[in-house]
Design a binder for this molecule. Structure first.
Ligand SMILES: [Zn+2]
Length: 184
């Protein structure tokens, strides 16, 4: 096992250990909990573990700041690293905090974050998996209910007004009708 991998594993185990300690603390302070109460606590734990593991895997990706820079899709020239920043992406395991570099082509005056492209986010703040779920639900029920289902079952926070603004109705409109251009 290489040193980097050992470091990440130790870090994740320490964080997950703390989370489990919190759950055990909760149990000590809540004698005779119902299954509903246990479900609530354990589902939150599951989500936090999944978020941290997903974030750790994403942090390992070279595309967060590739060297050399990627070729410009317009002119082919190497794009220059411009800045890095944090972005929150809604994923199927909840919101993920991602740090990614932004690359820019001086000639074409355009840029993008290569990591966003690798992850399949394109110009979205949402994973492709979330988009598919939202499009599927939007064909079945009003936006208010879609937002409620995503929050309640998917732990994904999306407002009905955002859904309405994107006009996301019906399968097949992921590409054309569901773009949050400029946000990422
Ligand atoms: Zn260019």
């Amino acid at each position: 096992m290489n040193r980097q991998r050992e470091r990440i594993k130790a870090q994740l185990l320490a964080e997950v250990g703390e989370m489990i300690d919190e759950v055990l603390d909760w149990e000590e302070g809540h004698p005779a909990p119902t299954l509903v109460e246990i479900e609530e606590v354990v589902l939150k734990l599951r989500q936090r573990v999944a978020q941290r593991v997903a974030e750790a895997l994403i942090e390992q990706q070279e595309m967060a700041r590739p060297v050399p820079g990627p070729a410009c899709p317009e002119c082919g020239q190497e794009m220059r690293y411009k800045w890095k920043g944090q972005v929150t992406v809604e994923s199927r395991v909840g919101p993920l905090n991602i740090e990614r570099g932004y690359y820019y082509c001086e000639r074409c005056r355009s840029g993008f974050p290569p990591l966003g492209q690798q992850l399949g986010l394109r110009d979205l703040h949402w994973s492709e998996g979330v988009v598919k779920d939202v499009v599927w639900l939007s064909a079945l029920m009003p936006y208010e209910q879609v937002a409620e289902v995503m929050e309640r079952l998917g732990q994904v926070g999306i407002s009905a007004s955002t859904l309405r603004a994107q006009g996301c109705v019906g399968v097949g409109r992921v590409q054309s009708g569901f773009s949050l251009s400029g946000l990422l």
